[in-house]
Design a protein around this ligand. Structure first.
Ligand code: PLP
Length: 399
């Protein structure tokens, strides 16, 4: 091992020490198997309640086969950004099929959900005369997108339509060149769903357009997993649908589904599209395979929701506070990081993995374990997990 140290980087050790003191130092556990309902993590077989692999398709044979075939046909990577020569026919096919899935005119692919948010916020909020209006609990990538935008931004209280209306009625909003209201579809830490119908109605009333981030909603809610717009029957009424291909789609990538004009505009100006290479063809192929499964095999979505309902009920019955979730994300509220960590550690020893989350991922005082069940968990897996939660919860005085 090299042991080079640099006096000039001494601050890093101090920063790490400070993080440790604040309970913010992160040392991820390591997955040694596929991302599966029962996974091998840090050498131990555990019921995995922590991944976003909602439909349990991360190691699905059909999806893997599609990826392998695409490697055979197209090779492993595009070795270029989309606008140079990184646009492959399989990217075009995925964009077309995704637009159809979202009932929109067109879609554009990005490298991730994160870069999709950054791309759209930065490209559309390009002047100080614009105004970006965002729910306070929106994802970090929307916050960073807003930071890269030239426009000012206003934050409304979580799902508070009255507050959103006040902002839209403000002189600053009235004189704005463009106004974009941004909300997560499903909020990633609490598992509640945006009141998108009301957000759309009030936004349109005041001449704003809407962008919804469906990272935790695509493949999860709405007809055939089409997302929040479908969930609220708002087809044709939401200007921009963003999402990720890394959660229910189990691969990696992101998209914006929108009008053809806006798609064309983003394809010429969005910086992640212009300056970062395109999705590997095997990844696009696996996303196409997942789309096909969503449209033809409804049992995955059904199992996801059956499991969700069962787990939530059992956890509530056991006396845990599961917050405001109505989706497969079930937070187990603890309110203290040391306790959340202790619960997670006990559960891991007993064969269940549920990650503790604290500041800055969630606000201080709202520390929790976040669980996500998948379509792949068996009833036995979930019963086992609930039993272990009960045992550890009692030992720690949480229930
Ligand atoms: C996970 C997530 C993202 C980021 O998606 P990636 O594809 O992992 O970059 C963006 N928005 C929300 C709401 C998310 O939950």
């Amino acid at each position: 091992m090299t042991t080079t140290t640099f006096d000039t980087l001494k601050f890093a050790a101090e920063e790490v020490a400070a993080l440790k003191k604040e309970n913010r130092f992160i040392k991820p556990r390591v997955l040694e198997s596929a991302q599966a309902p029962v996974s091998v993590i840090d050498g131990k077989k555990v019921v995995n309640l922590t991944s976003n692999n909602y439909l349990a398709l991360a190691d699905n044979p059909k999806v893997k086969k599609a990826a392998i075939e695409a490697i055979e046909k197209y090779g492993i990577g595009s070795a270029a950004v989309r606008t140079i020569i990184g646009t492959m026919s399989i990217h075009k096919e995925l964009e077309e099929k995704f637009a159809a899935f979202k009932h929109s005119e067109a879609s554009i692919l990005f490298q991730s959900g994160f870069t999709s948010n950054v791309a759209v916020c930065q490209s559309l909020m390009s002047s100080e005369a614009d105004l970006l209006i965002s729910d306070e609990l929106n994802h970090a990538s929307i916050i960073d997108g807003a930071r890269l935008a030239k426009s000012p931004r206003k934050i409304y209280r979580h799902k508070d339509i009255k507050h959103l209306t006040e902002i839209l009625e403000s002189p600053e909003a009235r004189k704005a060149r463009r106004k974009m209201v941004v909300t997560d579809g499903v909020f990633s830490m609490d598992g509640d769903i945006a009141n998108l119908d009301e957000v759309v109605a009030v936004s349109h009333k005041y001449g704003a357009f809407v962008m919804v981030d469906d990272a935790h909603a695509s493949g999860v809610i709405g007809k055939e997993g089409r997302g929040t717009v479908s969930h609220f029957n708002l087809d044709g009424q939401v200007e921009i649908q963003i999402g990720t291909l890394s959660k229910a789609f189990a691969a990696v990538g992101g998209y914006a589904a929108t009008t053809q004009d806006l798609r064309d505009y983003l394809g010429s100006v969005a910086r992640p599209f212009l300056f970062s290479s395109s999705q590997p063809p095997s990844v696009a192929a696996s996303c196409l395979a997942v789309l096909d499964i969503l449209l033809t095999e409804p049992e995955y979505l059904k199992r996801l929701w059956d499991n969700t309902n069962f787990f939530k009920e059992e956890m509530k019955k056991a006396g845990f506070d599961t917050g405001s979730s109505v989706t497969p994300i079930t937070p187990v509220m603890i309110g203290d990081m040391d306790k959340a960590r202790a619960l997670s550690a006990k559960l891991f020893d007993e064969g269940v993995f549920a990650l503790p989350l604290g500041f800055p991922t969630v606000p201080k005082g709202r520390e929790r374990l976040r669980t996500i069940v998948t379509a792949g968990h068996t009833l036995k897996d979930l019963e086992f997990a609930v039993e272990k939660f009960k045992k550890a919860g009692k030992e720690l005085g949480i229930i």
